[in-house]
Design a protein around this ligand. Sequence first.
Ligand SMILES: Nc1nc(=O)c2c([nH]1)NC[C@@H]1CN(c3ccc(C(=O)N[C@@H](CCC(=O)O)C(=O)O)cc3)C=[N+]21
Length: 288
Amino acid sequence: MTTIIDGKQLAKDLNAQTKDRVASLAQRGIVPGLAVIIVGDDPASAIYVRNKHKKAGQLGINSVVRQLPATISQADLLQVVTEYNQDPAIHGILVQSPLPAGLDEQAVVAHIDPAKDVDGFHPLNVGRLFANLPGHHPVSCTPRGIMTMLDSLHTHLRGKHAVVVGRSMIVGRPMASMLLNADMTVSVAHVYTKDLSALTQQADVLVVATGVTHLIKETDVKPGAIVIDVGMDRDENGKLTGDVDFDGVVKRAGAITPVPGGVGPMTIATLMQQTVDLCEWSEERGTN
Ligand SMILES: Nc1nc(=O)c2c([nH]1)NC[C@@H]1CN(c3ccc(C(=O)N[C@@H](CCC(=O)O)C(=O)O)cc3)C=[N+]21
């Protein structure tokens, strides 16, 4: 029988743990603070930000949403980041992606205090993950959430073959690093990969993050494989669907994530978890 990995339930479990940690911090008079910076009026971004704000509130995290006009200058945007960098009540800073044209997203991310980089996108934190350096550091939330999902299956990853399809800064690259750090043999495929199917059929763990609707079909998957679908695509009827043809692949996979209700909810739960991580690490350093 194929395990359907229930991202909603796992997110609920993780959020319950996060809520407990927030309660312990409250007993010491500490409230984790999350600043979400949103620039312009992209409707999809507005929905994501509202969801994050709502979830933070439910868990007792103090979330501050800063809505800025699309016309803001790069210098003024950096100044807002500086303000939160210097605010001791804020432990995590997130700049909602994408930024409007004309703003330099990489420069903005690099301006965030690495100790408050709740998305794990700052080059220092990217480097720490890539090098598998010891010590606390934030990492990209979607792949971290996927590692939590893999943990929930209690399968041995060491020495097994992981294939990551996609090489983005946000998912593919950090995902490959985390799986490598978990002692897996990792292949990274992308748009130029030749005979993708021959590679994906070798995967014990297959993570797909391409934005190509139903790229992966039943015959592309090894029997019993764990298949993680990071896709957030719209089908011909405008319905949310993934990069994996779920109805076909579910027949062959050992475990599979649905879309929606898979990786998405875990991303938000992991963001909340990491906000509390940053708050606790700040307390350890004596900066709360
Ligand atoms: N700085 C930054 N950090 C981000 O983490 C970030 C970002 N920018 N920009 C946009 C993407 C996208 N993202 C999602 C999170 C949760 C769901 C999610 O919960 N999805 C639900 C369904 C939602 C629906 O029905 O539309 C699910 O898959 O079940 C989706 C997408 C975070 N992002």
